[in-house]
Design a protein. Structure first.
Length: 170
């Protein structure tokens, strides 16, 4: 239980909106449809991020932003490495890189050590675009944490991280 002040018999969880929340969720959540709730929450969050990025004039998608974030950390990554880090298959990462390159956000260069491998580099235009996206994403990250205590946010992060380790494909 995350809230020891909850009435007896009432299990407050990180999903419980708590008093005063007007998000349409029931106050007594004994709903064990975890997969449904996770998938629905993810979908709503992705749509919200998409809409907020567009409203801010950002031209990239969330997944494209993920690629650019990785390239800001270390430019000149192989497409296979980007795909592995983002859990995307080769055809998906190729299409995403194609679109980013066409928009001028990345540039492919042949690996000097292995001509079969293309290394992806972020361009100055890509850096500008991802910095704009970063501002929007940081604001939404704060929205997610609003109305929750630090302890509840930490518990939520622990649950999400457990998914990443429990369901990791090697």
């Amino acid at each position: 239980m995350l809230n020891p002040a909850a009435p007896p018999g009432h299990q407050r969880t990180w999903l419980d909106p708590g008093p005063g929340r007007k998000d349409g969720m029931k106050k007594d959540l004994k709903d064990d449809r975890l997969i449904y709730l996770i998938i629905t929450a993810q979908h709503r969050l992705r749509m919200h991020i998409r809409d907020e990025l567009a409203a801010a004039g950002v031209k990239i998608t969330l997944v494209q932003a993920g690629i650019l974030f990785l390239l800001m950390e270390e430019t000149g990554r192989a497409m296979s490495e980007l795909g592995r880090l983002l859990s995307l298959d080769n055809s998906s990462i190729t299409g995403l890189i194609d679109r980013l390159e066409k928009s001028g956000f990345v540039q492919r260069k042949t690996n000097p050590n292995d001509r079969r491998i293309s290394l992806v580099h972020i361009t100055p235009q890509g850096t500008g675009e991802v910095n704009q996206a970063k501002t929007v994403i940081a604001r939404i990250n704060e929205e997610i944490k609003a109305d929750f205590s630090d302890a509840e946010v930490e518990a939520f992060k622990k649950i999400l991280n457990s998914f990443l380790t429990r369901f990791r494909k090697e």
